[in-house]
Design a protein around this ligand. Structure first.
Ligand SMILES: [Ca+2]
Ligand SMILES: [Ca+2]
Ligand SMILES: [Ca+2]
Length: 148
């Protein structure tokens, strides 16, 4: 056998201390499914990567309508904060408000239009597009990143 020794360490993530553990984000309500989907990219072009969190089980007006939060990156640690609360300034929430949409079940960030700002694609597998006959076809929403 040759090559590097495999890394067999094991770390309990919720017991890490600074500087390795610099913050955590907590879901806003019971059964929100917060953190089921995650992605990151510099949406506002300030040089700090921003994080998008999905919570498809969020009851934003109706049961399991879902939601997603864009949290802007910054040099200072966030600590432990609850999204949707007053201790998370500057974040943005996206939602549909329609029961069963499961908005935020899938999320990705990438620069689709080549302007160097990360763009966001958010999946909503239970969404019913109004122009399509049927139900539950699902949709994905695209939001272009823009400068500050
Ligand atoms: Ca940013
Ligand atoms: Ca729910
Ligand atoms: Ca872009």
């Amino acid at each position: 056998m040759s090559g590097a020794t495999p890394n067999n360490t094991s770390t309990r993530i919720d017991q890490l201390a600074a500087p390795h553990f610099i913050g955590g984000f907590v879901g806003p309500e019971q059964d929100a499914g917060f953190g089921l989907s995650l992605s990151g990219g510099d949406v506002d072009g300030d040089g700090y990567s921003d994080i998008l969190f999905g919570a498809p089980g969020l009851d934003a007006g109706n049961t399991n309508s879902g939601g997603a939060w864009l949290v802007y990156g910054r040099p200072e640690p966030y600590g432990i904060v609850t999204v949707g609360g007053s201790d998370l300034p500057g974040g943005t929430r996206f939602y549909t408000g329609v029961a069963g949409n499961l908005f935020g079940a899938a999320i990705t960030c990438d620069d689709i239009d080549g302007d160097e700002y990360a763009d966001i694609v958010m999946g909503s597998p239970g969404f019913d597009p109004p122009s399509v006959i049927g139900s539950g076809e699902g949709s994905a929403f695209v939001m272009y990143g823009i400068g500050q």
